[in-house]
Design a protein around this ligand. Structure first.
Ligand code: PEP
Ligand code: MG
Length: 592
């Protein structure tokens, strides 16, 4: 990987999503799109282009067989079979013959011919009724991309599970499923063109504790593998070829971070209590059983959100009930007597399962997602419910349903839960009969009927990531409208207040497990609004506790009162900043 001749410093600005600074060589994963130019060719070059196409098909086949072999060895033969469909595309005579015919009759370059024909096929597959066939469109595009990369000399088959040296990944997008595969020992950080603070990829970066910046618009096209960059996950910058002066400034910033971390260690074993004695429950959000260690290390009061989707993605078939039970049991047993809130499957939106053939939708966040999916795919749902129930015999397990929009969904989900309890009773399998099943409040309609939900649910967990997205009609993934994604919008604060008020009447516990809970600027406001628990990504937990221990409940209440009477999100935010920064200025030292 040669370093580029142009050594000038260049700064790209995006959205900081995971704190920290790293520097090193980059690997650019799949560029935004291959720009396929049409070039007229001479008669004498027709056979040359056909030869190039055939060589690219052969090279791609070898490459795919190698990937398949590696996956079979490292993960399993079943998973490796996903690539059979890809290999079949490469041998499809109709596709190849037609591409050859286009080269011959239109006298055009192989890349243009192959792209045109393959895209026509993929579009036709997009439209068919049959779900299985429709899925083949994405296989077609995946394989086409590989063939084109060979034809265009942009071959870039990086195995992100096994990197040979430490590096920073740059990509147009990193899906949550790709992020879950990252070789944690070698990925120093990452940066992407698209995405926003609450996309699941950003959330994963925080829990992996690696610096990340998203929403950089064109960075993946402007940088090349082998370039040297610095990623500033505090301030949302990627700096190509940083100068000595820049490196010196960042050295100072990193030193400040190290001394802050030392200071934070002092509160590790202390409770999250305000100066005037108000105890806040501070829990952790996790994505997999392996995260349990970081929960124990941060001395969290338990797990407030266990996102179970990651058990289901990157595999060819859903996990069995036993496999799920084992994962849930492990966490529950390790954290006993602390509670572990397992959230039932929330796939859809930006998290898709290769194994369950979920069709592409126009508006995935408004579509077949979370509880809506589970109430239709009852086999998948009840297997999960049984696994959770069984794990409840081994620890302090609670569960909650995502994306509840009203009472009916809660009734239906609870009916299935009761059916699962009956089944287990009949089989004499132990479970906690009093297991609490709470409701996530993340759709505005749920807030408006929170009084009714509060009569039937023991606790609420406010998912502010989605609540903000659905209330303000701002796609949480879209960096172009990220400025409209305002947690301090008066509408959001009123919804949180309304939820807390409804909960109080029925003695219902209120947690916040969205990213607002891990933002030190917003924590005083949430406490002032009356939430009982904050559940945050483990690396943020100690700093949130540090802050809570420097706040007074009375000042947070005054802040909330001000905010509820203020019409401007910016003014509310600036008052929040004033409160948080005066309580714990050292938490904000890494801002440039
Ligand atoms: C939320 O929406 O705030 C939440 C915690 O759930 P997720 O981010 O997984 O959608
Ligand atoms: Mg959500």
């Amino acid at each position: 990987m040669a370093q580029r001749a142009n050594k000038g410093e260049k700064v790209f600005r995006g959205i900081p999503v995971s704190a920290g600074v790293c520097r090193g060589k980059i690997i650019v994963l799949d560029k935004a799109s291959h720009s396929i130019e049409q070039t007229a060719i001479a008669d004498s070059d027709i056979s040359v282009e056909i030869g190039r196409l055939q060589k690219s098909l052969t090279d791609t086949r070898h490459q795919l067989q190698e990937v398949q072999h590696r996956i079979a060895e490292s993960i399993g033969a079943e998973e490796a079979r996903i690539f059979d469909a890809h290999l079949m595309v490469l041998e499809d005579p109709a596709l190849i013959d037609e591409a050859v015919r286009v080269i011959q009759t239109e006298k055009t370059n192989a890349a243009h011919a192959f792209h045109t024909v393959a895209e026509r096929y993929a579009k036709a597959l997009d439209k068919v009724e049959d779900e299985f066939l429709r899925e083949r469109a994405s296989d077609m595009r995946d394989v086409t991309g590989r063939v084109l990369a060979h034809l265009l000399g942009q071959q870039n088959d990086v195995d992100i599970r096994h990197l040979s040296e430490p590096c920073i990944l740059i990509a147009h997008d990193l899906t949550p499923s790709k992020t879950a595969l990252l070789d944690r020992t070698h990925v120093l950080g990452f940066a992407t063109d698209i995405g926003s603070r609450t996309s699941h990829t950003a959330i994963m970066a925080r829990s992996l504790h690696i610096p990340a910046v998203v929403g950089l618009k064109t960075v993946s096209n402007e940088l090349e593998s082998g370039d040297y960059v610095l990623v500033d996950g505090f301030n949302g910058m990627v700096i190509l070829n940083p100068t000595e002066q820049t490196l010196f400034e960042y050295g100072q910033l990193v030193r400040k971070q190290v001394s802050l971390e030392e200071k934070l260690r002092e509160v590790l074993d202390q409770p999250a209590v305000t100066l005037d004695g108000h105890r806040v429950t501070l829990s952790a959000n996790i994505e997999q059983a392996a995260d349990t260690e970081s929960v124990l290390n941060t001395r969290a009061d338990g797990v407030g959100l266990f996102r179970t989707e990651y058990l289901f993605i990157n595999r060819d078939s859903p996990p069995s009930e036993d496999e799920q039970f084992e994962a849930y049991r492990k966490v529950a047993a390790a954290l006993k007597p602390h509670p572990v809130v397992i959230r039932t499957l929330d796939l859809g939106g930006d998290k898709f399962l290769s194994s369950l053939h979920v069709p592409t939708e126009m508006n995935p966040f408004l579509g077949w997602r979370a509880i809506r999916f589970c109430l239709q795919q009852t086999d998948v749902f009840t297997a999960q419910l049984r696994a959770i129930l069984r794990a409840s015999a081994e620890g302090n397990v609670k569960m909650m349903y995502p994306m509840i929009s009203g009472l009916d969904e809660l009734h239906q989900a609870n009916a299935l839960l009761n059916r699962c309890k009956d089944e287990l009773r009949e089989r004499n399998i132990p479970f906690d009969d009093k297991l609490e099943a709470g409701v996530m409040i993340e759709i505005p309609s749920a807030v408006l009927v929170a009084d009714a939900l509060a009569k039937r649910a023991p606790f609420f967990s406010i998912g502010t990531n989605d609540l903000i997205q659905y209330t303000l009609a701002v796609d949480r993934m879209n960096e172009k409208i990220a400025h409209l994604y305002e947690p301090t919008h008066p509408a959001i604060l009123r919804l949180i207040k309304q939820t807390v008020d409804a909960a109080r009447v029925h003695n219902v516990w209120v947690s916040v497990c969205g990213e607002m809970a891990g933002d030190p600027l917003l924590v005083p406001l949430l406490i002032g609004l009356g939430v009982d628990e904050l559940s945050v990504t483990p690396p943020f937990l100690t700093q949130i506790k540090f802050l809570i221990r420097r706040l007074k409940l009375s000042e947070t209440k005054a802040l909330a009162e001000f905010a509820l009477n203020c019409e401007s999100p910016a003014e509310i935010l600036s008052r929040c900043q004033a409160v948080a920064m005066s309580a714990a200025p050292s938490l904000f030292d890494t801002q440039k």
